[in-house]
Design a protein around this ligand. Structure first.
Ligand code: NDP
Length: 317
């Protein structure tokens, strides 16, 4: 039997940097938030290894460790952090009715959506085998580890173009592997890619297998086997790192038809705000940001969402 008597001033969905930062601020603002962690507690950072660009960690930190620290900080101010998923939301009137996977129905005065985005992967077994050991979906996060080395980026959109040009500044050589003979990226980004001397575009090819070696407990990538989509012929590139940049999918499906979104499913928020088209519903982090997608920017918008939720509630009184 579903419980329906639970009430909260602020319900947060998601446990990445946006969700936990929103929780820290909402809890310190005495909103007594409930946070549902979702499918991947800790979010995308739990799939990376070292994080060196989050301010405040002079020696860097491990992604999963940082998320554990954020969780502890949220709990220190008595955020009710729950392991579980939100399965449906009714935003037709306030308080909103939110249903969790254990059947619990919670009525929430404000809702902060921090469900993030998921990087799309190719789906090759070798891709998951070397994930975190030479395979990455984030050049800004992991590019630094490949200074002076040779890497490949797969994809032909703005993300791939941006990742390739970013990596070209650090690496000796960058192969941009694309399945067609023209890039999908904007003209400006295409020009930048084509004018960068150490980027070589490998047209009409798709990755078949990421090749590597295991040395004791350590694994490392040594190459990628590619197939030519026109001829079927194969070749292997010798590389040290492999970056997948074939797009991200915002985790916003549950809100389709309720919240305004762009054509790719990113939730639209008002300028300089995390407010959505429904008063009392705020969106923070990668579910509303396809441009920066950094832990620190997600944390920043999480903070904004909590402050806006608090001000929204004060204005209702
Ligand atoms: P896109 O969907 O635009 O591009 C994905 C790319 O990956 C395409 O070139 C696609 O090939 C390729 N691809 C998809 N699946 C596979 C696969 N299985 N195997 C090989 N290649 C594959 O995603 P982006 O992340 O690049 O961009 C998403 C949105 O965000 C866009 O609107 C983009 O403009 C925007 N963006 C804007 C930025 C900015 O303004 N600075 C930066 C980054 C993104 P194909 O072309 O053949 O379909």
């Amino acid at each position: 039997m579903a419980e329906t008597n639970e009430k909260t001033q602020c319900l947060i969905i998601g446990s990445g940097p946006a969700g936990y930062t929103a929780a820290i601020y909402a809890a310190r603002g005495d909103l007594k938030p409930i946070l549902y962690q979702g499918l991947q507690p800790g979010g995308q950072l739990t799939t990376t290894t070292e994080v060196e660009n989050f301010p405040g960690y002079p020696d860097g930190t491990q992604g999963p460790e940082m998320m554990e620290d954020l969780k502890k900080q949220a709990e220190r101010f008595e955020t009710d952090v729950r392991w579980g998923m939100i399965t449906s939301v009714d935003l037709s009137q306030r308080p909103f009715k939110i249903t969790a996977d254990d059947g619990k129905v919670i009525t929430a005065e404000t809702l902060i959506i921090a469900t993030g985005a998921s990087a799309r992967w190719l789906g090759l077994p070798s891709e998951s085998e070397y994930n975190g050991y030479g395979v990455s979906a984030c050049a800004t996060c992991d590019g630094y580890f490949y200074r002076g080395k040779v890497v490949a980026v797969v994809g032909g959109g703005d993300t791939a173009a941006e990742e390739a040009t970013y990596l070209a500044k650090l690496c000796k050589k960058v192969y941009l592997v694309h399945r067609r003979d023209e890039l999908r990226a904007s003209k400006a980004m295409q020009n930048r890619v084509l004018k960068t001397p150490n980027i070589e575009v490998v047209w009409n090819h798709v990755p078949k297998e990421i090749v590597g070696v295991t040395e004791g407990f350590a694994k490392k990538v040594t190459g990628v086997r590619l197939a030519n989509v026109l001829t079927g012929g194969e070749k292997t590139l010798e590389i040290d790192g492999f970056f997948v940049a074939i797009g991200h999918t915002p985790n916003s499906g549950m809100f389709r038809g309720m919240l305004d979104m762009d054509p790719n499913g990113y939730i639209l928020t008002k300028p300089d705000s995390t407010a959505t088209n429904i008063p009392g519903v705020f969106a923070a982090g990668d579910v509303q940001d396809h441009v920066f997608r950094q832990a620190v920017t997600a944390a920043g918008t999480g903070c904004m969402a909590a402050i806006e939720a608090e001000r929204f509630l004060s204005a209702q009184e």
